[in-house]
Design a protein. Structure first.
Length: 370
């Protein structure tokens, strides 16, 4: 099957492709000649095959609307609200989820600090730090959120708590009951932000979300994006589920509207269960191939429910990153004393994973063990 068929055919194309191939190795051999990248971008965490066929059609059809702003976001907000059992006043749109995370964190945490586990996703926390807001980081325990330590770290200065579920970079799903308990206990004292960027990859994902707490009226802010599984990172569209006053707060901070292609593609993608199922199947096979490469080279890894795998190379992470980069493979590292030898490897096209298969043993041979 040619890649253009996967991208431009029916919404079931990706599903059928993964079903016909029992391993990602077979999927790789089925990939077209064009899937021979010069560089493997394994430092990113998006669906490499991009938007669904339905989204692609409306993106093309949006060209005549390019001269105009998206002045009315009601339809998409209402669609999301109906899906989540909310009203549209509890839904805000954002340019990806990062804008919402950055703006709300910086505004809510003024005069205090943010509470977060570490390592985790920190781009918005770094943004807040540049505006004078510090983050109190609590180390993971056995790769999991240490809720007891998180509770002990709460002070009168805590203005907001942040969790990414599944956590990035570990790929571990946060204990559902423990997260609910923390939110119930703390949301009366400060808002709890749950970053669900990879929400669709969670097992039984519709029941693993914290949106139910928003329905109850708790001060819980759930952020999601069309950037990851839906493959639309370049179109900058995401959304927030929260109390109406938090929605108003976000819109009071926002300086730009949505873009026409992103808005229309999000409308087309929402509820496209066939494409979503196929994308999740493909990304799951990507993880399986990364696991297989790790086992072949005696490397420890964390089983992941994200679009990435966290791998212990037993070598200095920065040196491994640089060695892989010399072989045209880019990976991500995180600055954490517990994970000095760990690298994050993102899911990718079959061709990019082929490059990883060639580069990994070479890089391991170039970098001395710790």
């Amino acid at each position: 099957m040619k890649r253009r068929t996967l991208l431009g055919g029916s919404a079931l194309a990706l599903t059928s492709l993964t079903a016909q191939n029992s391993s990602l190795g077979a999927l790789s051999h089925a990939a077209p000649v064009v899937d021979r990248p010069k560089r493997a971008r394994l430092e990113v965490t998006e669906n490499p095959y991009g938007p669904s066929p339905a989204a692609r059609r409306v993106i093309a059809e949006s060209v005549p609307y390019a001269p105009y702003y998206v002045e009315d976001e009601t339809e998409l907000r209402q669609r999301i609200a109906a899906q989540e059992g909310l009203v549209h006043e509890q839904v805000a749109l954002s340019n990806g989820s990062l804008d919402a995370l950055s703006l709300l964190t910086s505004d809510i945490a003024r005069g205090g600090h943010v509470l977060a586990p570490h390592p985790t996703y920190v781009t918005h926390l770094n943004y807040a730090n540049r505006r004078g807001i510090s983050t109190c980081y609590v180390p993971l325990s056995d790769h999991q959120i240490d809720f007891e330590a998180m509770r002990k770290a709460v002070t009168s200065e805590t203005r907001l708590a942040y969790f990414c579920n599944p956590n990035n970079p570990t790929g571990q799903m946060i204990d559902h009951d423990a997260l609910i308990a923390f939110c119930r206990d703390m949301a009366s004292r400060f808002p709890v932000v749950i970053d669900e960027a990879y929400y669709e990859l969670l097992p039984d994902y519709q029941h693993m979300t914290m949106a139910s707490l928003v329905r109850e009226g708790l001060d819980v802010i759930v952020t999601r994006t069309f950037s990851k599984v839906y493959g639309m990172a370049g179109l900058r569209i995401g959304y927030v589920l929260a109390r109406p006053e938090r929605v108003k707060q976000l819109y009071s901070l926002t300086t730009t509207s949505r873009n026409q292609p992103g808005y229309r593609a999000a409308l087309a993608s929402l509820g496209d269960h066939a494409y979503l199922k196929g994308a999740v199947n493909y990304l799951t096979q990507c993880r399986e191939r990364i696991y297989s490469l790790c086992r072949a080279h005696g490397l420890t890894y964390l089983p992941s429910v994200g679009t990435f795998v966290y791998v212990d190379t037993r070598r200095p992470a920065k040196a491994m990153r640089d060695a892989l980069a010399r072989h045209n493979v880019d990976v991500r590292i995180f600055d954490d004393a517990q994970y000095l030898s760990w690298i994050r490897i993102g899911t990718a096209t079959p061709g990019e994973l082929d490059m990883l298969a060639q580069a990994l043993p070479a890089a391991l041979g170039e970098v001395a063990l710790l």
